[in-house]
Design a binder for this molecule. Sequence first.
Ligand code: FAD
Ligand code: FES
Length: 252
Amino acid sequence: MSRTVISKIVGTKVVNDATFMISLLFEEQPKPGQFVMVSLIDNRSDPFLPRPISVFDWEDGLLKLLIRKVGRGTELFSQLSAGDSVRVTGYLGNSFPDTNDSICFVGGGIGIAPLFYAARKSIAAEKLFLMGFPTESAVICLEEKRADTKLLYATDDGSAGVHGTVVDMLKNRLEITPPDLIITCGPEGMMKAVQKIASPYNISIFHSLESVMACGIGACLGCRRELPGRSVLVCKDGPIFDGLDIFPEVPQ
Ligand SMILES: Cc1cc2nc3c(=O)[nH]c(=O)nc-3n(C[C@H](O)[C@H](O)[C@H](O)COP(=O)(O)OP(=O)(O)OC[C@H]3O[C@@H](n4cnc5c(N)ncnc54)[C@H](O)[C@@H]3O)c2cc1C
Ligand code: FES
């Protein structure tokens, strides 16, 4: 059951030039992979719709959001500071599956945002977290590494971490020990490539999809996506989908 509250910001942090973190009070505990819709309260002079943002972390009523500035809305969020309040509707969407065996999280760019909380909450005996970025200056969240999770990262230009894409990193890993379950979030091309290279291994693969969202609750139909034989709403039926549904054209 989601609800809308006026939530107080208790801290903000600049992560890099394009990315920042907001910590705010939100009592309920989310499920891994869920998201909130965030909007400014006093936005009469600059109106805009709420924006969907994933749960980056939650503990003891403190909700953390990791946000990349891409347009007007996220730019306005970046100007918020401790003591300000925002309107938050949540929690929305479905949640990631889990396993008690081995799990691999694959995140590209800001797509890493919903994966940290999922990794922390996962009961898997083996947790591997692979992150991919274009270049060194885009690398974020290395300090979020936890003792029970192996975290590796790659950059496309080789300026930091492993040289190559996060998909290349996963490919190497699959050749050694394929995990039970793969969870991804990032650019859709990356998620499709993961589906393709992992499909011969008979692994469950789930992707967290992005879509422009106006309401987040299944009312506006703005996030509708056509799948073979059915249409889904990314906000209500997702954002997490089985890879076999999203990329049916990838050979199994
Ligand atoms: C379920 C879900 C969870 C998300 N979680 C996060 C998160 O944790 N952190 C984060 O930084 N972002 C997240 N996003 C993306 C975020 O919602 C958008 O970046 C944001 O809405 C852009 O708003 P804006 O006003 O800054 O940009 P706008 O001015 O609305 O758009 C700027 C540009 O970005 C494009 N764009 C806008 N929204 C999206 C989108 N959803 N997908 C692809 N392109 C888009 C527009 O087409 C335009 O080209 C999430 C999206 C979804 C659907
Ligand atoms: S965002 Fe309105 S229906 Fe999904």
